[in-house]
Design a protein around this ligand. Structure first.
Ligand SMILES: Cc1cc2nc3c(=O)[nH]c(=O)nc-3n(C[C@H](O)[C@H](O)[C@H](O)COP(=O)(O)OP(=O)(O)OC[C@H]3O[C@@H](n4cnc5c(N)ncnc54)[C@H](O)[C@@H]3O)c2cc1C
Ligand SMILES: NC(=O)c1ccc[n+]([C@@H]2O[C@H](COP(=O)([O-])OP(=O)(O)OC[C@H]3O[C@@H](n4cnc5c(N)ncnc54)[C@H](OP(=O)(O)O)[C@@H]3O)[C@@H](O)[C@H]2O)c1
Length: 248
């Protein structure tokens, strides 16, 4: 089906902090796979600036996006100002290959995100697929301050529903007072072994599928580490152990 622009309205808006929101739209965007993205524009018919956003919602749910404010950015300051009831243009069907369908089977699924890179994992965890395919799942969420740790209750609820199968590892880089988290970056927590210790699971090339999403520098730095440890990138012709999506 051709990807086309549709006018929709903002149905709900959650402000996690001054620069972090979730937005739900009153729209039926048709079938998609968890991990895919849609495009957003604020001008009629999708004219002008448009940007891509991962769906945090599961297929069948109203589309939900998790968005951070980029100061001076072209789209996000205006999206942040759009109140409930405002018109927004979305382009669907959703697109993208950052999906579980593209991953070979493995025992353990490692979902590493910075910032709003958590969005595709929220969508995946809201479906049955990861729970049916993987014995254990680890979500590591790297943010600047504890305020950025959105969706913690939802992640805890998944963990409670699947006892012993989901480990959530919050990693906070600029908030020394944050309690109950690892301090630093996902990369440094991986280097020190703290990430695995906190997850209660060893990451081993023979057991793991690893997804990386968010800040392109995190993606690059984790990619280099994984390659040095013997992991290779998944592609349709050559199955490997990691897959990534960089947001900018
Ligand atoms: C497949 C895909 C999925 C995406 N999903 C999401 C999502 O779920 N949530 C989300 O918030 N963003 C997501 N993004 C990023 C999003 O498309 C925009 O790039 C972002 O919202 C900034 O848009 P802007 O027009 O406000 O800023 P721009 O005017 O495009 O940005 C100005 C500059 O800011 C930098 N920049 C862009 N994005 C960020 C960022 N998030 N943090 C820091 N610096 C940045 C870049 O260097 C850019 O040149 C995704 C991108 C892609 C490619
Ligand atoms: N979240 C906020 O508190 C805040 C406040 C004001 C403005 N903003 C704006 O919002 C946008 C997104 O900010 P964000 O904080 O969500 O995303 P971000 O800048 O990508 O930071 C998210 C996490 O990724 C980490 N990170 C950065 N580079 C990394 C690397 N090479 N390897 C591993 N981890 C790395 C950051 O650590 P470091 O902290 O060490 O970089 C931080 O813990 C930006 O435009 C930002 O200016 C955010």
């Amino acid at each position: 089906m051709k990807r086309e622009w549709h006018e929709v309205t903002v149905a709900r808006r959650v402000a996690w902090s001054a620069d972090l929101i979730s937005v739900v739209f009153d729209a039926d965007i048709g079938p998609f796979r968890a991990g895919q993205f849609i495009d957003v524009a604020l001008e009629p018919g999708g004219a002008g600036t448009s940007r891509s956003y991962s769906l945090a919602s599961a297929p069948e749910q109203p589309p939900e996006l998790f968005v951070s404010l980029v100061a001076g950015g072209e789209l996000t300051p205006r999206l942040f100002s759009a109140p409930v009831g405002a018109s927004v243009w979305l382009r669907w069907p959703a697109a993208g290959v950052f999906t579980l369908e593209r991953l070979p089977d493995a025992r353990h699924l490692w979902l590493l995100a910075t910032g709003t890179g958590l969005a595709p994992y929220l969508s995946m965890l809201r479906t049955e697929q990861p729970w049916q395919r993987f014995e254990r799942i680890v979500v590591a969420h790297g943010v600047r301050s504890a305020q950025g740790l959105a969706y913690r209750d939802e992640l805890s609820a998944h963990a409670a529903r699947h006892p012993g199968r989901l480990s959530v590892v919050p990693v906070v880089s600029r908030d020394p007072g944050a309690a109950g988290v690892l301090h630093g970056r996902i990369t440094t927590a991986w280097d020190s072994g703290e990430l695995e210790a906190r997850a209660g699971l060893a990451m081993r090339v023979e057991d793991a599928q690893v997804m990386l999403c968010g800040n392109p520098r995190m993606v690059d730095e984790m990619r280099l580490r994984l390659e040095a440890a013997g992991y290779s990138r998944n592609s349709p012709r050559s199955p490997g152990q990691f897959t990534y999506e960089a947001y900018w």
